[in-house]
Ligand binder design. Sequence first.
Ligand SMILES: [Zn+2]
Length: 199
Amino acid sequence: MLGLFEGGNEPPGSLKAISIEWREAIKKNANVSAVRSVPSRSSGSNLCRRCDREVETLVHVLGACPHGELLRNTRHHTVRSTIATALRNKGYSVYEEVHGISNEGSNRRIDIIAFKPPSLEGFITDPTVRFESHEHQPEEVHEEKRNIYEPSISFYKDKYHLEFIVITGLMIGARGTIPRFLVDFCKSFGLQLQHSKAQ
Ligand SMILES: [Zn+2]
């Protein structure tokens, strides 16, 4: 369903298999889907054929259309549990979807926190599926996530008795591409991501 960890002829699940070059992926995928806003492929209305509310672009269909919301939630859940499982397989204690409070008192909910006692270092990881738009997007998503979760670090330090917490925002392409940033993250933890069967 996701095309998440497909990698051509490479062995499934290998880092090489999921290491699809970002730039190439964007080039290959640009303007190939027959959505209604692409000139010469449409007639009449260019509104989304599902929700009839917005112009039917690929960005809308994959990222915003209410018709696909359940699918998008399922996809995010699959990505999160795939990463969480890989961390558990490496001996980490892993908690998913943990509610927290920021320094200003507002609510946060992290996707994943992992740590390996007796180490006092923890890792908050937030995988996010985004429509691929430009080369430096994965780094920007990482920065965005850090800004969101930074104010809640002390809460999670207290909760899990940790001294340091590293936050990582991980972008996965809505069209199934795997940024180098995510591959490097997996390498740094020695993770083997297996395609999850849980849908
Ligand atoms: Zn729609």
